[in-house]
Design a protein around this ligand. Structure first.
Ligand code: HEM
Length: 438
């Protein structure tokens, strides 16, 4: 995509600017047995994990989709108390998930996009494949109709339910196996499936779907095929609620056998099916292309009018460019009067990032003291380009458009005694700046 795009720029940062365990959404799931809402300690001993809650939440949000009339899907309708109160959405996993992930929603990023990101990041950062991510989900304004399958239902009704959501029987087997490589069934919401376990290392009595319940791997399939599985929806004492047994066996175990035989096949199929799940949205919602890291991304841009001077500061991130003190990097820009200018970019070592999906190097816009650039206000700026190691970066000739049509003036101020503020805003009219006061 082309910069600037407020929504895609934010989603791109949320997706790729992640230092494992430290920054971004991933800091809430790593280590992968992290459970923020555990009564004691935030890790390990509860039997639960944020990662599992997030993936289940995304599925329950999507599962209301009706492919025939285009209603429901990934639209964050799961945030409504009315949906959470339904028997099909028993448990506190949804409210927990929203409590963390809705914090990444902004005026540009919907709650539904934040929920979808949660699944992508949980899977990738807990041992799973990358899932292609598209942005642009729209938050529902009211609850959807019910539609999440329950364990006590028949195989036929599950096949019909997944068909309504847009998935074939094979895809149903795959999606359930991919989801149930994480987490398990808790005693509290499902006392008829899981007894009290009386285990201090599993204080919420969760009977896990496989032995590696905080990590993505094909053990859900290998343990099922080898007959060692303890999956409570396969070998539960109550046959009626053994929905995974009915679903996994519904094609004579062909799909599960193929997953057990090939971790690679399992990972690639799950990447595909999770993407399909997350991209299932109400009709009329248009998702973006798959978001990939922008090779060149300006950020933190600010303009302020100071008398006749436009103070301009900002940074630029270069993806997959390692740090090199000898590199010459330039900012070039065009102004409103036809002039072309350039300034050397300053290397900002503190902003070098090493992320799982690549590394990045950041530079700060001009000035001797990292204070940004002082531009002639009348000439202003229309478009930027960058020159790195002699190569021009201009988004295929389009350039990086910036707007200096409306800027705050340094004469704006805040009066702390009576908590009022004065904003002076300059508006560019025919290449001149006029000041008005509000
Ligand atoms: C017929 C279809 C399905 C049934 C009947 C079913 C049933 C269940 C049940 C009863 C639980 C226990 C929840 C709890 O104790 O809080 C559970 C957990 C879970 N389900 Fe499913 N599920 C189905 C499909 C899926 C799908 C398609 C996914 C995702 C792709 C998924 C992801 C999860 C995850 C990650 C958990 C673990 C939650 C945790 O440990 O906190 N499920 N499922």
């Amino acid at each position: 995509y082309l910069w600037p795009s407020p929504m895609l720029d934010e989603l791109e940062s949320l997706l790729f600017e992640i230092t494992p365990g430290t920054t971004g959404i991933a800091s809430f799931i790593q280590p992968c047995d992290t459970f923020t809402f555990a009564p004691t300690g935030s890790r390990g001993s509860s039997g639960r994990s944020n990662a599992a809650d997030w993936i289940r939440t995304a599925y329950h949000d999507m599962a209301t989709h009706n492919i025939v009339d285009g209603t429901g899907g990934m639209d964050a309708s799961i945030r409504f108390a009315e949906e959470q109160a339904r028997a099909e959405n028993v448990g506190d996993g949804f409210v927990n998930t929203l409590g963390v992930l809705a914090g990444s929603a902004t005026r540009y990023v919907s709650v539904a996009d934040a929920l979808a990101l949660g699944t992508v990041i949980a899977v990738e950062f807990c041992g799973g494949p990358q899932i292609p991510f598209r942005g642009g989900r729209v938050d529902a304004t009211e609850p959807n109709l019910p539609g999440v399958p329950k364990p006590e239902q028949t195989l036929d009704s599950h096949v019909a339910s997944f068909a309504r959501q847009g998935f074939t029987q094979d895809e149903m087997i795959g999606l359930v196996a991919c989801g149930h490589t994480f987490g398990g069934v808790q005693h509290a919401p499902f006392p008829d499936i899981v007894p009290e376990l009386n285990d201090t290392n599993n204080s919420e009595s969760v009977s896990h779907f496989d032995t590696t319940n905080t990590h993505f791997d094909n053990n859900i399939a290998t343990e099922y095929i080898s007959g060692t599985t303890q999956n409570p929806l396969v070998v539960g004492f109550n046959d009626t609620t053994n929905s995974d047994e009915r679903i996994f066996g519904s094609d004579g175990n062909v799909t599960m056998l193929s997953f057990a035989n090939s971790p690679e096949l399992f990972a690639s199929r799950c990447s595909e099916l999770f993407a399909r799940m997350l991209d299932t949205v109400p009709s009329g919602v248009q998702l973006s292309d798959v978001i990939t890291p922008l090779p060149v991304k300006p950020f933190d841009l600010t303009f302020t009018l100071d008398g006749d001077v436009l103070q301009f500061s900002g940074r630029v991130r270069f993806w997959n460019l390692t740090d090199n003190p000898n590199r010459v990097a330039l900012l070039l820009w065009d102004d409103h009067l036809g002039g072309v200018h350039n300034s050397t970019l300053l290397s900002s070592l503190e902003a070098v990032g090493s992320f799982p999906d690549g590394v990045s190097t950041s530079y700060i816009f001009g000035g001797d003291d990292f204070g940004g650039l002082s531009l002639d206000a009348a000439a202003g700026i229309t478009t930027m380009r960058f020159m790195v190691d002699g190569k021009v970066e201009d988004q295929g000739g389009v350039g990086f458009a910036v707007q200096d049509a409306v800027v705050f003036s340094t004469t704006s101020c805040f009066f702390s005694n009576n908590r009022t503020a004065q904003y002076n805003v300059a508006v560019r009219v025919l290449c001149r700046l006029y000041m008005s006061q509000y």
